[in-house]
Design a binder for this molecule. Structure first.
Ligand SMILES: [Zn+2]
Length: 325
């Protein structure tokens, strides 16, 4: 099987056609399969697929989501489960059940969600020939163009190509941030302001969410929805606008409520990395609920202790943001 064969396959994916549901931007077709394949190409580009197994990870979900938001309105979320499951009908994408889950896979339906699919499959294996082609950047580029030019309107193509470039650069940036945090021990406020914002934002976020494994550093919430969406965001301790510092040790993974309470100065940390709550939380007319119970609890830090917050960043937050009374 040669390149021509897969160009042909990629150009003739079976996708739902419906002029009412799907706009001209996606050539009046469901964009799920081509968008998932674009996200998979990004995993190859960042060198994450050293074996022929594509796992339904949060990272893949996030990459798929970036593309999805380029072509669909913000109110509509794309569900990666459908293309991950239905691509098997294209002949080059093979779902691999966990041992003993073969029967479960035959009765699985994608409306059960990604978590249920992950419970019965290891992932998807590509045709060996296709896997070999995708390991090479020139054939990846050809197939990326085939997807973009076949399934998307001319006015959106440049932005989809650019998203692939942003994703690659953001991955590289996140790796750099994590590596630097291990080699440069003392705090160096390295100015990241020359890096384009979309790359910085995504790179910082990927580094933090990975370091904290999707767990909120204050309340411990760790929720990944059935579709792979995470409850946590990456927060700067000293805001980027002041510090220009994306070092993971100037960051925390926080859920939305904890992020807000932290930015409002209603919680902070002691030098011993314990949660400290503000008296303002308990003042009338507040009903702070579970937030007060976090006082004195340890910061739920990254598994890798080298990535724990800088003491100076924590002190800055306590002095400049926290309401001590
Ligand atoms: Zn939280």
């Amino acid at each position: 099987m040669n390149m021509e064969h897969y160009i042909q396959r990629f150009a003739s994916l079976n996708a739902n056609k419906n002029r009412k549901t799907w706009t001209a931007v996606t050539t009046h077709r469901a964009p799920h399969k081509p968008l998932l394949l674009l996200a998979v190409l990004d995993l190859f580009a960042q060198g994450s697929l050293s074996t022929n197994l594509i796992e339904p990870t949060g990272e893949l979900v996030e990459l798929f989501g970036f593309y999805w938001h380029k072509v669909r309105p913000p109110s509509q979320r794309g569900n990666i489960t459908y293309p991950f499951y239905y691509l098997q009908s294209e002949g080059f994408w093979h779902l691999l059940p966990h041992p003993g889950q073969e029967v479960a896979l035959t009765v699985y339906r994608p409306n059960a969600g990604l978590a249920a699919l992950s419970a019965i499959i290891l992932g998807a294996r590509l045709d060996d020939d296709l896997y070999a082609l995708l390991c090479a950047s020139d054939s990846r580029d050809v197939l990326r163009r085939v997807l973009i030019e076949t399934y998307f309107a001319p006015e959106i193509r440049a932005s989809l190509l650019e998203q692939g470039e942003i994703n690659a650069a953001a991955y590289e940036y996140s790796q750099e941030l994590l590596a630097k945090a291990h080699t440069i021990l003392k705090e160096v406020a390295e100015d990241s302001s020359t890096i384009p914002t979309p790359i910085r934002d995504q790179g910082f976020r990927r580094a933090i969410v990975r370091a904290y494994d999707h767990r909120c550093a204050i309340c411990g919430v760790r929720i990944l929805t059935a579709d792979g969406h995470t409850a946590v965001a990456a927060a700067h301790i000293i805001p980027w606008s002041i510090s220009h510092n994306d070092d993971p040790r100037n960051g925390l993974a926080l859920c939305h409520l904890c992020h807000w309470t932290f930015d409002e100065g209603l919680v902070t940390f002691t030098d011993q990395y314990q949660v400290k709550t503000s008296p303002q939380l308990a003042s009338t007319p507040n009903l702070p609920g579970h937030l007060l119970t976090f006082a004195g609890r340890p910061l739920l830090g990254p598994a890798d202790e080298a990535l724990r917050p800088f003491p100076d960043s924590i002190r800055w937050h306590r002095k400049e943001v926290f309401h001590g009374r």
